[in-house]
Ligand binder design. Sequence first.
Ligand SMILES: CC/C=C\C/C=C\C/C=C\C/C=C\C/C=C\C/C=C\CCC(=O)SCCNC(=O)CCNC(=O)[C@H](O)C(C)(C)COP(=O)(O)OP(=O)(O)OC[C@H]1O[C@@H](n2cnc3c(N)ncnc32)[C@H](O)[C@@H]1OP(=O)(O)O
Ligand SMILES: Cc1cc2nc3c(=O)[nH]c(=O)nc-3n(C[C@H](O)[C@H](O)[C@H](O)COP(=O)(O)OP(=O)(O)OC[C@H]3O[C@@H](n4cnc5c(N)ncnc54)[C@H](O)[C@@H]3O)c2cc1C
Length: 669
Amino acid sequence: MEAGGAGEVDHLAGERATAQFDVDHMKVAWAGSRHAVDVADRMARLVASDPVFRKDNRTMLPRKELFKDTLRKAAHAWKRIVELRLTEEEANLLRLYVDQPGYVDLHWGMFVPAIKGQGTEEQQKKWLPLAYKFQIIGCYAQTELGHGSNVQGLETTATFDPKTDEFVMHSPTLTSSKWWPGGLGKASTHAVVYARLITEGKDYGIHGFIVQLRSLEDHSPLPGVTLGDIGGKFGSGAYNSMDNGVLRFDHVRIPRDQMLMRLSQVTKEGKYVHSNVPKQLLYGTMVFVRQTIVADASKALSRATCIAVRYSAMRKQFGPQTGGPETQVLNYKTQQSRLFPLLASAYAFRFVGEWLKWLYTDVTHKLEAKDFSTLQEAHACTAGLKAVTTSATADGIEECRKLCGGHGYLNSSGLPELFATYVPACTYEGDNVVLLLQVARILMKTVSQLASGKQPVGTMAYMGNVQYLMQCKCGVNTAEDWLSPAAIREVFEARALRMAVNCAQNINRAPSQEEGLYELSPDLLEVAVAHIQLIIVTKFIEKVEQDIPGEGVKEQLRNLCNVYALYLVHKHLGDFLSTGCMTARQGALANQQLGKLYAQLRPNAVALVDAFNYTDHYLGSVLGRYDGNVYPALYDEAWKDPLNDSPVPDGYREHLRPLLKQQLKLSRL
Ligand SMILES: CC/C=C\C/C=C\C/C=C\C/C=C\C/C=C\C/C=C\CCC(=O)SCCNC(=O)CCNC(=O)[C@H](O)C(C)(C)COP(=O)(O)OP(=O)(O)OC[C@H]1O[C@@H](n2cnc3c(N)ncnc32)[C@H](O)[C@@H]1OP(=O)(O)O
Ligand SMILES: Cc1cc2nc3c(=O)[nH]c(=O)nc-3n(C[C@H](O)[C@H](O)[C@H](O)COP(=O)(O)OP(=O)(O)OC[C@H]3O[C@@H](n4cnc5c(N)ncnc54)[C@H](O)[C@@H]3O)c2cc1C
């Protein structure tokens, strides 16, 4: 927990004293409201003070024990939620702070939303109360051994039998085995299964079905259902707490009313009826989850940067040639230029995540009113932001590990497990490359419609300003000029649009559109990234333009926003130069300004990570401790490893002793 208890010494007090802003108000800006800070604080402390939620030994547990520990924590969390009558907001936060991936994530995160989004009112009335009370446990079974990205290529079949008014669920091939769904392997009693709907001899493509998998009496798989876990995954602890599973059906029958029928129906005579709605609504659960993944990216990256900033502030190496105390590694300019852009990115992802949540809610209201005009915008923003933020976060966590030197490689630093748990976010809920290509296709379509005078809307509205953006010249003359939000916005808009137009022109030169899209797909990825980075920068600028209370808070956020934008300019300078958006000199000025911003950020760095308001329990890192008292903690932690249970290791008698004795004999010869 935070420092302040009797006898505790705050080794980072000096760092905290140099902050030039009101940390308490920054906590509000980060969390979204005073209420959000208070609820999060209460839930984090509740979890941290409960011994069942202990996690410091997690990476040392064998898989079976880790899984059992996950079941115990999930059951205990549910018990506390019921006993304390927690609200949905409080319950979600409690689960977040328990911080152990498990079946509940998929139950609440995908099974329930799939039924809400794709079930009729009647189906919702039947299934949701069961799910809400945990009388059933559900998962989301879409991906198969043979196909994940290509959802239309799934092979599982649901064939309607009008004689019995049932669907027959079947896995016709090995590759049709469901493979990966979280919670499926050992915990779930039910699944929303995606399968090809076949009726009257015709294949109508992929639809969702609620299928019971296990007995509610003894949890054994139902007849015709084969179930299991798919095996150990990357890293110790980490995502191994999750029972990602395999599922096969051998002609399993389910009642007709277990097809999710909000978007399309099958009558009892076997007639297929499609409601007058876009078929992509079938993908609605994925859009919902991608939006939550963007919010999670800021949590994971802020955790990693919190650990790296606090540790870098206490760690000392070398010193001035003239003698005197050693230098805090955070004072090295190289450390700052690697770490501060990640800190700025954590804030940027937090605010774009907040905006994306608003967009998602807005689109959902429109869909309810049968207005489908913003569906494409929702798809492009959720897919693109999911891809860009998760890739940057995974890379950022790994960079934070390196920023902590050797100690960052220890499990007790928390960083290896955080990385191993986080990195599959680049793959699940849509491989990042596949998702960026979706965004790029939409951008190419938008460019092709510009000539006809169709005005792009939403986050693509800037493309309508094509005449100006294709020829504008960046007006920056001094390093300070880069502090202008208008200048930053313009170069990001010009870069994104010019890259998109260039790519569209190259595609048009190809023998066919399809061939062009195929040949130029590496360029298309960069086009999509440029567009998404523009969105993140724009939303950060808009955030900073709002009324933000608290002494110095707005100034710090403006600083972070400029760091984020100019770091991207520096990193992608090739894009900006090759599209003629700026000159090499202006690029050098941006880098010069970046150096000045790092110097301004330095005295505020520790306070900026304190504003995340993470408990030591949630951080799970001896290096990131609030009090900065790292060395005794590292030393104590080492002795907890089971390898240190005895001074002479198991295996000495069989493998070390004979070897040593043999060497002794040989040396005597
Ligand atoms: C120990 C603890 C320590 C630390 C913890 C720290 C951090 C942890 C952090 C986070 C963890 C927390 C939570 C995790 C939560 C969840 C993760 C768990 C599980 C993940 C679950 C899954 O993975 S579920 C499976 C997901 N699968 C996919 O995403 C598949 C990807 N593929 C697709 O989406 C599609 O098939 C496609 C889009 C790639 C292609 O589809 P299709 O072939 O049908 O389409 P076309 O390309 O032909 O396009 C046709 C038109 O449709 C439009 N379109 C496509 N998709 C959508 C959409 N979703 N919405 C709207 N429109 C869409 C497309 O644009 C085309 O439009 P046109 O106008 O051009 O016709
Ligand atoms: C930890 C974890 C949890 C998961 N949980 C669930 C779950 O709960 N439920 C569920 O249904 N699924 C789940 N999944 C599955 C996940 O959604 C898929 O793995 C993901 O969608 C990627 O699909 P894939 O595995 O088929 O990758 P592939 O598509 O086979 O990707 C392999 C490579 O091919 C490339 N590629 C593929 N298509 C293209 C293309 N068109 N153009 C260019 N390159 C391409 C990719 O970029 C990648 O480099 C989970 C996966 C993981 C890792």
